[in-house]
Design a protein around this ligand. Structure first.
Ligand code: FMN
Length: 183
């Protein structure tokens, strides 16, 4: 069997990857979007990177307020994730449509989504325009998660049901741990 050409959709080789809900706050509106191009960058200082399309309303709000929250949804929020990822806050009140609850953050003004199982509060450090996207680097000021969904600091995958985005409307839930054989 040979190798097949994947250049047109090269990024698909890097999926499935966790999908998060990014919350941003404007002067009169709070908005959320689904994002699977999200990565830790460094531990010291604690930083993350999120990649947002140039036309996204969330990008506009983040660059205005210079802060955002990253919220980790579980399986029960799948339809809310789909709304956050297919409609724009420019046209609709997504928080209302998603039927989620906003809760004040600990360190920043932008709220978190209470129903999510993990939360990172971030302040914008820098951003880079690359192609049709903007890479926003955020310093993590606070991070916390539902105690009952963690096991020794990692997600307990049987309980957390973390959503990974494969592509299109297909998601994957990791539920099996594999172990290295030790001598
Ligand atoms: C599972 C999933 C993951 C997504 N990941 C990203 C992403 O990483 N970056 C991005 O710009 N858009 C991503 N999108 C698309 C945005 O969420 C979508 O364009 C959204 O309507 C933007 O909303 P806004 O205009 O309110 O910011 C994703 C959509 C889905 C369904």
């Amino acid at each position: 069997m040979g190798k097949v050409e994947c250049m047109d959709d090269f990024f698909k080789l890097l999926h499935p990857r966790p999908v998060v809900l990014i919350v941003a706050q404007g002067r009169s509106k709070v908005n959320a979007m689904a994002c699977s191009w999200c990565t830790p960058i460094s531990e010291e200082p604690p930083t993350v990177g999120v990649v947002l399309a140039r036309e996204s309303y969330t990008r506009e709000l983040i660059l205005e307020s210079k802060e955002f929250t990253i919220n980790i949804p579980s399986r029960e929020l799948l339809s809310a994730v789909w709304i956050a990822g297919t409609k724009s806050g420019r046209d609709v009140d997504k928080i209302k449509l998603m039927n989620v609850t906003l809760k004040p953050s600990k360190k920043i003004s932008t709220p978190i989504i209470e129903e999510c199982i993990g939360h990172l509060e971030c302040k914008v450090m820098s951003w880079y325009e690359i192609g049709e996207c903007t890479l926003i680097v955020g310093e993590v000021l606070s991070a916390y998660a539902d105690e009952d969904k963690l096991y020794r600091g990692n997600w307990d995958v049987r309980k957390a049901e973390v959503l990974l985005h494969l592509g299109g409307s297909v998601f994957v839930i990791p539920s099996k741990q594999v172990y290295l054989a030790t001598k």
